[in-house]
Design a protein around this ligand. Structure first.
Ligand code: ZN
Length: 150
């Protein structure tokens, strides 16, 4: 495993639409491992593959309840709306108020290629929406009502 450099806003790769993971290979497992290590090293709660320079639809999340990995994640249901503060490892020094769905259902594949569904609310729902946005080249500052320096 390895800690990767996290790309910062301004890098065009962060604005690309990431490509689906078509096949589970040792490289996909290595990618997920490296993403988790990079996220923990940076003390983040989530990371998307484009943030380490890989334009693939893969995310890792850990809000303190254990590591969650998703390949090709999709939000298949969303309800409610809640505003809250958000930051991003790719946008150091900024925080914004972002409205997100209060509850989401995310469907995707785990590292074994098995389809999994996760119902999430609160902080976990917010982080999942933030990371899935990264796969479509969307950053929180695009959605934030207000942004401030931290
Ligand atoms: Zn982010």
């Amino acid at each position: 495993m390895a800690v990767f450099k996290i790309l910062e806003i301004g890098d065009p790769l962060l604005r690309e639409k990431a490509r689906p993971v078509e096949k589970i290979t040792p490289q996909v497992h290595r990618l997920l491992d490296n993403m988790a290590e990079t996220m923990y090293h940076a003390r983040g709660v989530g990371l998307a593959a484009p943030q380490i320079g890989v334009s693939k639809r893969a995310i890792v999340v850990d809000v303190g309840e254990g590591l969650i990995e998703f390949l090709n994640p999709e939000i298949v249901a969303a309800s409610g709306a809640v505003s809250g503060p958000e930051g991003c490892l790719s946008i150091p020094g900024l925080e914004g108020e972002v409205v997100r769905a209060a509850k989401v259902t995310v469907k995707g594949l785990n590292r074994h290629g098995v389809e999994v569904t996760l119902d999430a609310e609160g902080w976990l729902a917010r982080v999942l929406q933030h990371e899935i946005d990264h796969l479509d080249g969307i950053l929180f500052v695009d959605r934030a009502a207000t942004v401030r320096k931290v």
